[in-house]
Design a binder for this molecule. Structure first.
Ligand code: AKG
Length: 320
């Protein structure tokens, strides 16, 4: 017999979670349709790249890397092959540092250039005016993206084009690796965020599914301690996946399910001074956390193996 006293709260929680997830999937349908129209090969990737047998088969198609002498890198003489080997075993390598003049210049740009709140172009404001913008627009604003404006920042473009990044990407993803994303964005402390806001802003363990094989470089442009929204990555989670997490359209899953499977000890919280960088395979479970005290400014340079979508370049969903 069903024990109502024990099962009810859990059932309600499950229904609430499923309802929220279905709402999120429904809200993304226009974006998915745009992706398929733009590139029909997106659909098989979206459906199959979450399953380990298809992923493993796709990794077998990786082209060999041509040995070329990489140009001078702002990261010094780090060895792409060694970084790629660490990525293969752990899914993450956390030993990158931007030169001071570069991260300071990108941070200045991030402060002085208006950003767009919650991925919506109509919510435009300067990061320093975040509290005022929340009042003006009458809603919590968790993130502020600079979208294509990032390309007006020479220092950001220099990071994007640094030879170490593509060299690591080729050694990890294969010779066909190509640049697919470049973005800088703020994560803001905010009091009134709903669960839906948090989930949309990647504050939940999830894996990325924008391509069959991907790699993301992240750089902090502000000091990030435990209260400034550090990124968390689950080591080793890029290599194996629960069947349940392969046979669902959802990419976000509850922390307890993720940590129970991979082990809490494998969840690495990445804190560091402005300039700190790390690179990860985003098929591994990861998430941002809510900035509690100070805002976080972050840069991402992403690589993949397929034709990049226009949406991905801007890092924004299609707005109805
Ligand atoms: O904000 C973060 O630290 C996480 C970003 C993220 O989840 C992503 O780029 O997929």
């Amino acid at each position: 017999m069903l024990d109502a006293s024990r099962s009810k709260p859990r059932d309600l929680e499950t229904i609430a979670r499923t309802g929220g997830s279905l709402r999120r999937i429904t809200a993304r349908i226009p974006t998915y349709l745009t992706d398929v129209r733009e590139n029909p090969a997106w659909l098989p990737m979206f459906l199959l790249a979450r399953t380990m047998p298809f992923r493993r088969a796709h990794w077998l198609t990786a082209k060999p890397v041509r040995t070329v002498t990489p140009g001078l890198s702002m990261f010094g003489d780090l060895d792409a092959r060694t970084i790629a080997a660490d990525l293969k075993s752990a899914g993450i390598f956390a030993g990158l540092a931007l030169p001071d003049d570069i991260h300071r210049e990108i941070a200045r740009f991030g402060r002085e250039t208006p950003c767009f709140g919650n991925f919506e172009r109509k919510l435009e404001f300067l990061a320093g005016e975040h509290a005022e913008a929340e009042r003006r627009f009458g809603r919590p604003i968790l993130s502020g993206h600079h979208f294509e404006r990032v390309l007006q920042c020479e220092a950001a473009v220099a990071v994007q084009q640094d030879p170490l990044l593509i060299d690591v990407a080729r050694h990890y993803l294969g010779g066909e690796a190509k640049l697919i994303t470049t973005r800088i964005w703020w994560s803001f402390p905010t009091k009134a965020a709903t669960d839906a806001d948090l989930s949309r802003a990647s504050f939940k363990y999830h894996f990325d599914l924008d391509d069959w094989r991907m790699l993301k470089f992240f750089f902090y442009l502000s000091d990030v301690d435990a209260d400034a929204g550090p990124h968390i990555y689950v080591r080793g989670s890029h290599r194996r996946r629960r069947i349940k997490h392969q046979l669902t359209l959802l990419v976000g899953h509850p922390a307890e399910e993720v940590l129970e499977f991979y082990g809490e000890e494998n969840a690495v919280t990445l804190t560091g001074r402005a300039g700190t960088g790390f690179v990860e395979d985003p098929f591994g479970f990861h998430m941002g956390t809510l900035a509690k005290q100070s805002p976080r400014l972050m840069m991402e340079v992403g690589f993949g193996v397929s034709k990049p979508s226009k949406r991905r370049y801007h890092g924004e969903p299609v707005i109805r």
